[in-house]
Each structure stands twice: as C-alpha cells, then as structure tokens.
Design a protein around this ligand. Structure first.
Ligand code: ATP
Ligand code: MG
Length: 455
C-alpha cells in the first residue's frame, strides 16, 4: 500500500532520483549535516527521548531542521512520531490533545510548548481518484487526519526542504526527497506533482512565496510554473487562513521581498488586492516600501513589530487617497479622514478578513497623524502622553522617509520627545491664526469618531 502510494507520488519508477526506494529515506549522519543535539530545544529533546524510551519513533521535523541546516535560528520545534495522540498524551503528565481536524498533542515543559504530531498519510498527489479524503468541488482537501507511516508523512508535506526528520538521539537526518541537497542548492521544490498539490491546498502557493523570500531560495521552475494558472483557487480558501498566511509573510523579516514576489507571481489579488493600485503610484510605492523595510529591520533587531502596524502601513496610501477625495468634496479634514479610514477597512475586510481586534490599533495610528502637525500650545505635550504615541511616531517617520511629510517634522518629534522641559517649551511653534474656538459641533459624531477621537 505504501509502495503503491509512493509510486504515485514519484511516478512509475517508484525510486527517488538516487535509485533508492522512496519509502526508504536517505539517512545522513552528523558529519553530513552538522546538526548536534545541543542545538535542539530542551523541551523538544526531552519529548523525543521520552517517546523513544517507550519504543516509539520520534523526530524533530519541518521548519526547525531546515533552519538549523541553513544556520538560522528556528522559530519553533515540532516533533513527529508514530505514537497516536492518546499514546503521547499518556506519556506526558503536562500535555493535552488539541484540534478536531488535526488532532495534535501539546507537551508542556516550563513555559515551553512542543507540538507533537502523529505521522499522517496524504492521499492522491497525481490526479487519479484513489484519494479517500473529503475535498470541495475544486479538489481542496477538507479533512486530513489519517494516520500513516513516516514515509507517507514525508510525502504529504509541501516542500522537500520541509520534509526532513532529525533524530536527536542518533544525530541523524532522515531525508525522503533529497531535501538536504535542495537546501544546499537553495531550491524550493514541491514534493509530488506541483499542480495537484496546489489544488489540494492553494495556500501552498503563498507558502512557496513566503519560504522563497524568507530563506532566499529560488523556486524550482516546475514548482513555480502552475502558480500563474492556479492563483484564482485562493478565492476558495477561508479568508481567515489567508490572513494568517499574510501575517506570516509580512512578519517573516523579509516582507519587502515577499510582497514583490507575491505581485510577480500574480498572487496578491487574493491577499492584498489594493497592492496593484498602490504600487503603480510612486508615492504609495515609496511609502509601502519604507514601511515594509522598517518592519523587516525591526524583526531582525528583535524589536516589537505588530500586524496592526503593518496593516496600517499597507492600507495608508489608499486612506490618503480617499481622504483627499472626500475633502475635495467639501468635508472638513478630520471627519474626512475618519470616513476614509472606515471605507478602506470595510473594503479590505471583504477580501482579507483583517480581524476586528486589529481595527483599534490601525485606526488609532491613522487618527494620530494630523495631531503630529500641531506643534503649538499644550497639544504636543498631550500627544506624548497618548498610549499609541510610539506607534504613531514610528508611522510618521515612515511618512517622512517616503517623502509624504517633511523630514523636518519627523526630526522635530524625535528631538521633542527626548528633550528636557525647557527645551521642549522653546521648540513650540507660535499659534498660527486665531485660536480655534471650542464651538459645539452641529453634527453628532459618528460612532467611530466618538470611539476614536482622543479626549
Ligand atoms: P516556519 O519556520 O515559518 O514556521 P515551517 O516549515 O515550520 O516554517 P509551518 O507552517 O510551521 O512551517 O509548518 C510546519 C511543517 O508542516 C512544514 O515544514 C511542512 O512540512 C508541513 N506543512 C505545513 N503546512 C503545510 C501545507 N499547507 N501543506 C503541506 N505541508 C505543510
Ligand atoms: Mg513552524
């Protein structure tokens, strides 16, 4: 059964390129890969040891092995085993089974949590009809919880570089699809028939772009080719999943490269549909590039970066455009900004499902922008006290860097926030024009204005 399945994955020969049967991995000793067990997270190591002591297979798998091989620091360590979730659960006092679609076990050590997954089988990768897993009418897999052998588990993974198994006790890598060689060549290669694998899960197209950007890999031509034709399949994927993938791409530390590649592959329509209009406009392009570069640098410097800030950047050129239009129609500047903010968020939400919990931060960053232009009287002092001052200021600097605002304004705030009281007072600009009268608003505030206008 396994042999027949692997034959379907690899074609009729049933052999990997090396001539070795594909159900048997290439086993690489320490000398061939250099990953010592000391580089494995203590909790993952303990989990593997406990499983092995009870006679189960246990490997560190996926991204962690790939990243260690490439000399990068892994984000997290996942473990794959032939023990069932119940068997894993019984071995670890501090563990729990989670998920209904994919039942995985979380094993806790201290504050650390390791995800332990039982080897799973994929189904058909070549387009015949032997797959038992439920799919939708486009072939997208809806349920994927059939346990399988280690070889089957490797074959259901997406890219060769992501299908490596590291045995920390023996310090060996089990490699079914020449993933180690691909890592060395910096090639991202889909396991099996790329078009069929994208149909099963269109998100793999976004993953290809994300990994290529993050790892600085070249996408193998056969893996890349079907994307142009299949990009529209992303329309069938639940919006929340696309959003999660968008965040991973944007927070990868290589967002600038990722977004450009996304556009080059024609994949942004399903993810950031406003990108076309923005990148065709030179000011918008400069702003987004400055924003993404800034986030990439923050992530590399281990500084906080938030999805809210990123989406505020990505959508700002559109807000700016609509703000000006609404103002040109006769609306006052601040109400015009609030209307533009709501319109842009609503339009984008239909396509990307930005969770509402991010709205607050996104809108606050935007709403603070006009306040940075007020540099007289007590207003700059009040702005410094605002809980989102820092994010608003970082955002202002990106506007200045991209040429949308004068650099002098950004520099003024840089100096003002760190200056002593006397210097601050000397920096204030004179009030221009008559002091604005505190008159009652004729129109009731909209709900958003009421919520967002700082008191
Ligand atoms: P990162 O470091 O960005 O987390 P990762 O490789 O660990 O990268 P995850 O999304 O955490 O990526 O997935 C863990 C592993 O699960 C992958 O390495 C891959 O083997 C497998 N995997 C995840 N998503 C898919 C998918 N959509 N199709 C096939 N395999 C997948
Ligand atoms: Mg991961």
């Amino acid at each position: 059964m396994i042999r027949r399945f692997i034959q379907r994955v690899l074609g009729n020969s049933g052999k990997a390129e090396t001539g070795r049967p594909a159900s048997e991995p290439l086993i690489l000793p320490l000398a061939k890969h250099g990953i010592r067990r000391e580089s494995i997270d203590a909790c993952a190591l303990r989990t593997c040891e406990t499983l092995a002591d009870s006679g189960f297979k246990a490997f560190v798998v996926g991204g962690a092995v790939r990243d260690l091989l490439l000399g990068k620091k892994p984000k997290d360590f996942d473990v794959a085993t032939d023990a069932t979730p119940e068997e894993v659960r019984r071995l670890f006092r501090r563990s729990r089974i989670i998920g209904r679609r994919f039942r995985i076990v979380h094993v806790m050590c201290g504050r650390d949590t390791i995800e332990v997954t039982t080897f799973r089988a994929a189904g058909n990768l070549n387009g015949d009809d032997e797959d038992d897993r439920p799919t939708d009418e486009t072939g997208r897999i809806l349920e994927d919880n059939i346990f399988g052998s280690q070889a089957e588990d490797a074959a259901r993974r997406d890219f060769t570089a992501n299908a490596l198994y590291y045995d920390p006790l023996r310090e060996e890598i089990h490699d079914y699809f020449n993933g180690v060689a691909d890592c060395k060549k910096k090639v991202l290669r889909m396991i099996g028939n790329p078009a069929a694998r994208y149909r099963e899960d269109p998100v793999r197209m976004l993953r290809a772009v994300r990994f290529a950007a993050k790892l600085d890999f070249h996408i193998d031509p056969a893996t890349r080719k079907p994307v142009a034709e299949l990009a529209d399949l992303l329309d069938n994927v639940p919006r929340a999943r696309i959003f999660d993938e968008a965040v991973k791409l944007l927070m990868s530390g290589h967002a600038l490269r990722g977004v450009h590649q996304l556009r080059a592959e024609g994949l942004h329509h399903g993810m950031l549909p406003l990108l076309d209009t923005i990148l065709d406009d030179s000011q918008g392009k400069r702003f987004i590039e400055a924003g993404l570069k800034n986030t990439d640098e923050r992530i590399h410097a281990d500084k906080a970066a938030s999805p809210g800030f990123l989406f505020a950047c990505l959508l700002w050129p559109q807000v700016l455009r609509q703000w000006k239009e609404i103002e040109a129609e006769g609306e006052k500047p601040i109400p015009a900004l609030f209307i533009a903010m709501d319109e842009v968020l609503e339009a984008q939400r239909e396509l990307l499902a930005i969770p509402r919990k991010l709205d607050g931060m996104i809108k606050e960053i935007w709403a603070l922008q006009p306040r940075f232009e007020q540099r007289a009287g007590s207003r700059p002092f009040r702005l410094l006290e605002h809980p989102r001052f820092r994010a608003g200021y970082d955002f202002l600097l990106i506007r200045a860097e991209s040429g949308e605002m004068p650099q002098e304004l950004g520099d003024w705030w840089t100096e003002f926030q760190d200056a002593d009281e006397a210097t601050r007072k000397s920096m204030l600009l004179a009030e221009t024009g008559p002091k604005p009268k505190r008159k009652r608003r004729r129109k009731a505030k909209t709900a958003t204005e009421a919520a967002e206008t700082p008191a």
